[in-house]
Design a protein around this ligand. Sequence first.
Ligand SMILES: C[S@@+](CC[C@H](N)C(=O)[O-])C[C@H]1O[C@@H](n2cnc3c(N)ncnc32)[C@H](O)[C@@H]1O
Length: 219
Amino acid sequence: MQKIPMPTTLPYGAGVTSRTVSDHYFSAAPASADERRTINVPLAGRTRAVRVAPGVFSADRIDEGTSVLLQHAPAPPDTGTFLDLGCGWGPIALTLGLRSPAAAVWGVDVNERALGLARDNARSLGLPNVHAVSAQAVPADLRFDLIWSNPPIRVGKQVLHELLLTWLPRLAADGVAYLVVQRHLGSDSLQRWMTEQGYAATRFTSVKGFRILRVENPG
Ligand SMILES: C[S@@+](CC[C@H](N)C(=O)[O-])C[C@H]1O[C@@H](n2cnc3c(N)ncnc32)[C@H](O)[C@@H]1O
């Protein structure tokens, strides 16, 4: 199968849709060898060892946008049902699980390798409250008090919109989502689109070229 190198920057709406690209981080089953390794990263105020692998988003460090979200989103509530949409190896779900041990944290991803890593990381960090699963495995009646996400902008506008229209309606009545999006990858246009869909989408903050968008259930 032909390998096409990933572009380094790709604006919102210009996603890679070709099925010939088989080893991008949003493949269900990345083609690269599953060579797992351990890295040390800052999570919830301490350095912790986590497992990562090629074929998974930001496999050598915590992504800069993710780090902006973790440092600048408001503290999560002590309890509730939380979602990390597109969990990768788990930095957001693990942080939520560490900061709110009484909450139930769900992490979903399309990438099975990422889910396996997130599960291993939750286990090794002693977090039985973090569940990394495929979208289909999330109980259909669950509603989320909090969604934190570094969403997969590079999948393209259409897939991203479908993803958000699948999960944002599952916010609880007073639930809130915080999404981190790079300004150059279309954060403002995504904010406008969510507003057009009836969500109260505002810019919570802007840090280092990233926006954190705050999205409320329209009720
Ligand atoms: C920008 S990465 C963020 C990963 C991780 N949360 C982090 O901060 O390192 C977006 C993630 O969304 C996942 N993703 C792509 N399409 C998806 C879909 N349809 N459903 C769920 N996750 C998806 C990708 O596999 C990727 O892990």
